[in-house]
Write a protein that binds this ligand. Structure first.
Ligand SMILES: [Zn+2]
Length: 402
């Protein structure tokens, strides 16, 4: 079938003898029209080929390939002055192979997604030699589900499945084939790309011939927008490099701050918690400098209460012992270090410290105990410690006023 471009049947051939048909200057670039369909033009969400022309001793780089009135044109920054003489076109095979891997990954990813969520529609896609992206329309897919499908895509890649193409007539295309709307009515002949038995899709792009050539598939971003899911991914050597980069960021810190790689998630969570506590501590510092300690008089009793973000229970206890407490007084400190702890200290009060706090702590799911003048308690799984603190204060106030 002579109408098939070269890159459909032999995508790994990298060098061709060609002829230049015309040179056109457009917006500071040059469009070099050539006589053979050997470089793939940008179309259908896939970037064009890159490479260079060799004319005599001189080398001219092209940065894109486009379709110009159904002719192939190379886009250049610097153009040869004339197209006379022997001209060799050499493709940038790193760019092309990366496109082939990214594009075939896209087929497998979308095929797997459609099997799991048949209602999904394929929206905009973009594939080039650095990465790929797809918009899946019709629903948002949770990250965990997307990552499950990533695993499936990698399994299919490692199954070494042959990717075969064939050109068929439009009426041979049934609904087991993924095709964009209108494809079969606009074209008499359709090119099918089959990833083994797994997926069949109408496509005019370039693909690897076996899934094993993709090596690795890695999703690098997932965004939910309205009813759509945007997925960005890389594959092959680029994916391997990206994975190594991320791994090494963790590895170079493994020894200065000892942790096991498996704990990376927990460490990130902890760093977020610490940052939050630090921000709160700064806020607390401002409040103390501005308003002084939070003390109020309840009849004769001084009630002093402070929220101490990031403090550990030992530090809080130490602090409270150092402070000069008025008589009579009730002092309540809530600390939010590794655990949420409460310390209540009384001076010259008619009842034991526990009387003012014990039942209240228990009513919020906490536990504690103490001696005559002090009580220490703790809570597990508090969602909003500051809110808890405010409620505790109110309840203790009522107790003091009883
Ligand atoms: Zn394709």
């Amino acid at each position: 079938m002579s109408f098939q471009p070269h890159y459909w049947t032999d995508p790994m051939k990298e060098q061709f003898d060609i002829e230049i048909e015309s040179i056109l200057e457009v917006d500071g670039h040059f469009h070099i029209r050539i006589n053979e369909k050997v470089a793939k033009p940008a179309s259908g969400g896939q970037a064009g080929d890159r490479g260079f022309l060799l004319i005599g001793e001189k080398k001219y780089e092209f940065i894109d390939t486009i379709l110009q009135n159904s002719h192939t044109a190379l886009v250049m920054k610097n153009s040869p002055t004339s197209g006379k003489g022997k001209t060799i076109l050499k493709l940038d095979m790193l760019w092309r192979k990366a496109m082939m891997a990214n594009h075939t990954s896209e087929h497998i990813l979308v095929g797997a997604m459609k099997k799991k969520y048949p209602e999904l529609k394929l929206g905009k896609i973009w594939i080039d030699g650095t990465h790929g992206s797809v918009v899946l329309e019709g629903r948002t897919i949770p990250l965990q589900e997307v990552l499950e499908i990533e695993k499936e895509v990698n399994n299919l890649i490692h199954d070494s499945i042959d990717v075969k193409t064939k050109v068929v007539t439009a009426d041979e295309v049934n609904d087991t084939v993924r095709a964009r709307e209108g494809v079969t009515s606009k074209n008499d002949m359709i090119r099918l790309v089959n990833v083994g038995e797994f997926d069949s899709s109408a496509c005019s792009g370039i693909h690897v011939t076996n899934t094993n050539d993709i090596q690795i598939f890695k999703i690098i971003d997932v965004k939910a927008q309205e009813e759509n899911t945007h997925i960005e991914f890389v594959s092959g050597a680029i994916a391997a490099r990206r994975l190594a980069e991320v791994y090494n960021v963790a590895l170079t810190r493994k020894y200065s701050y000892p942790f096991e790689m498996e704990q990376l998630g927990a460490i990130l969570d902890k760093s977020k918690t610490l940052q939050l506590a630090y921000d709160e501590a700064i806020e607390k510092l401002f409040q103390l400098m501005d308003e002084g300690p939070s003390k109020e008089k309840l009849n004769e009793v001084t009630f002093w209460h402070e929220y101490l973000p990031g403090f550990e229970v030992g530090t809080t206890r130490h602090l409270i012992k150092e402070l000069e407490l008025e008589v009579p007084s009730v002092t309540l400190f809530l600390s939010t270090g590794k655990k949420i702890n409460i310390i209540v200290w009384t001076k010259g009060m008619p009842k034991d410290a526990s009387h003012y706090i014990s039942e209240i702590v228990e009513s919020f799911g906490g536990r504690g105990g103490g001696s005559a003048e002090s009580y220490t308690g703790g809570f597990s799984e508090v969602e909003n410690p500051r809110e808890l603190f405010l409620e505790l204060i109110e309840r203790v106030k009522e107790r003091i006023l009883e």
